[in-house]
Design a protein around this ligand. Structure first.
Ligand code: PBG
Ligand code: ZN
Length: 327
C-alpha cells in the first residue's frame, strides 16, 4: 500500500495518539544529579558558567536536595574541591576530613533513598590541575602512581559510605587498582562506575570553572580518549569491564550518541550517559538569548539519550525533572 491510502500522519494526529505510541520519558529514578561541594557553612554560590547550578556547603546542599528527592531523582554524583593548599599529588582528594567525605554520611542520613555516587579524580586537588601527579620531567601524568592515589580516594569515599565510586581520570589500570583496593578493605558492596569512554572534549569548560580544575598548562588529550578514534574509545570500555567495572559510561553524550548506542549493543553492563556541563550551558545560553524554550530543548536532548540506550542519565537537568517532563 502507498499514498494516498497509506498516510503516516494518522499515527500522530492527536495528542492522545502520540502519547499512546511514543516511548515514555526516562523516569526520575534513572537520573543522577552531578553537584559541586565547597567547604564551610551557609554557602550556596551561583556558578557563572552554569546558570541555575551552585556550589554548596553541606548544610545548604541538604536543603537543595529536598525538592530533588521529592521528585524521585535516583541519586547524586558528588564533586569536591578545596580552598586549602593544593599539592603535586592532590592529597586533599583522599583526606578523610574532606568535603566529599563529610557530605556522604550527611546525605545518607537525611535522604536514605538517594544513591550517593562520588567522582574519583585528583584534578580539583592538584596544583597543576591534571588528573594525576606529573612525571619527573613534567611532560605527562604518571599513570602508575596516579592509579595508586585514585585507589586511595575511592577507598576514602567508600569508607565514608558512598554507594558508587566513579573514577574519571582515564588512567590505564585505574578500575583494577580501585577494585583491588576496595576488596583489601572488605568493601565488597561498593559499586564501581567507570567513566570508561570519556573523550577529550571541549564541552567540559563550564565544569572546570565550577571546580577550579582546569589544567594550568597543557591539555588532557594524552589520557582522555580521542573523538576521532571510535575503536580505541570502545576498547576503553571493554577493558574497564574486564577490570571489574559494574557500570560503564559514555561522556559527553550529545555529540556521542553513536558511541552510546554502539556501546549499549556490545555490553550487558548498565551504560550511563554523562550529559556534561557544556551541553547544559549551551541550552541555557540559547534560551537566555530567546532562541529556544529551555524545557523543550532539555526534553528533546534527554529523549535523544534515552533513544540511544542510556540506562542511567547523569544530568544537571535532574533538579528540573518535573518542569521538563510536565505535559
Ligand atoms: C574530572 C571530571 C571532569 C568532568 C567530570 N569529571 C572534567 C575534566 O575531565 O576535565 C566533566 C563534567 C562536566 O563537564 O560536566 N576528571
Ligand atoms: Zn580529573
Amino acid at each position: 500500500m502507498s499514498f494516498p491510502d497509506m498516510r503516516l500522519r494518522r499515527l500522530r494526529r492527536t495528542p492522545a495518539l502520540r502519547k499512546m505510541l511514543d516511548i515514555a520519558p526516562p523516569p526520575p529514578s534513572k537520573f543522577v544529579w552531578p553537584l559541586f561541594l565547597v567547604e564551610g557553612k551557609q554557602r550556596c554560590e551561583p556558578i557563572d558558567s552554569m546558570p541555575g547550578q551552585f556550589r554548596y556547603s553541606v548544610d545548604q546542599l541538604l536543603k537543595a536536595l529536598e525538592p530533588v528527592a521529592e521528585q524521585g531523582i535516583g541519586g547524586v554524583l558528588l564533586f569536591g574541591q578545596t580552598e586549602g593548599e593544593k599539592d603535586a599529588a592532590g592529597s586533599g582528594a583522599y583526606d578523610d576530613g574532606g568535603v566529599v567525605q563529610l557530605a556522604i554520611p550527611a546525605i545518607k542520613r537525611a535522604f536514605p533513598g538517594l544513591v550517593v555516587m562520588t567522582d574519583v579524580c585528583l584534578c580539583a586537588y592538584t596544583e597543576h590541575g591534571h588528573c594525576g601527579p606529573l612525571t619527573r620531567d613534567g611532560s605527562s601524568v604518571d599513570n602508575d602512581i596516579a592509579i595508586e592515589l585514585l585507589a586511595k580516594v575511592a577507598v576514602s569515599h567508600a569508607g565514608a559510605g558512598a554507594d558508587v565510586v566513579a573514577p574519571s581520570a582515564m588512567m590505564d589500570g585505574q578500575v583494577l587498582a580501585i577494585r583491588d583496593a576496595l576488596a583489601d578493605e572488605d568493601l565488597h558492596d561498593t559499586l564501581l562506575m567507570s567513566y570508561s569512554t570519556k573523550f577529550a572534549s571541549a564541552m567540559y569548560g563550564p565544569f572546570r570553572d565550577a571546580e577550579n580544575s582546569a589544567p594550568s598548562a597543557g591539555d588532557r588529550k594524552g589520557y582522555q580518549a580521542s573523538y576521532s578514534n571510535l575503536r580505541a574509545a570502545l576498547r576503553e570500555s571493554e577493558l574497564d569491564e574486564d577490570e571489574g567495572a559494574d557500570i560503564l559510561m559514555v561522556k559527553p553524550t550529545l555529540f556521542y550518541l553513536d558511541v552510546l548506542s554502539k556501546l549499549r549493543e556490545c555490553t550487558d553492563l548498565p551504560v550511563a550517559a554523562y550529559n556534561v556541563s557544556g551541553e547544559y550551558s549551551m541550552l541555557v545560553a540559547t534560551a537566555e538569548r530567546g532562541w529556544g524554550d529551555l524545557n523543550d530543548m532539555a526534553r528533546e536532548s534527554l529523549m535523544a539519550m534515552e533513544r540511544a540506550g542510556a540506562d542511567l542519565l547523569l544530568s544537571y537537568w535532574a533538579p528540573r525533572y518535573n518542569e521538563i517532563f510536565a505535559t
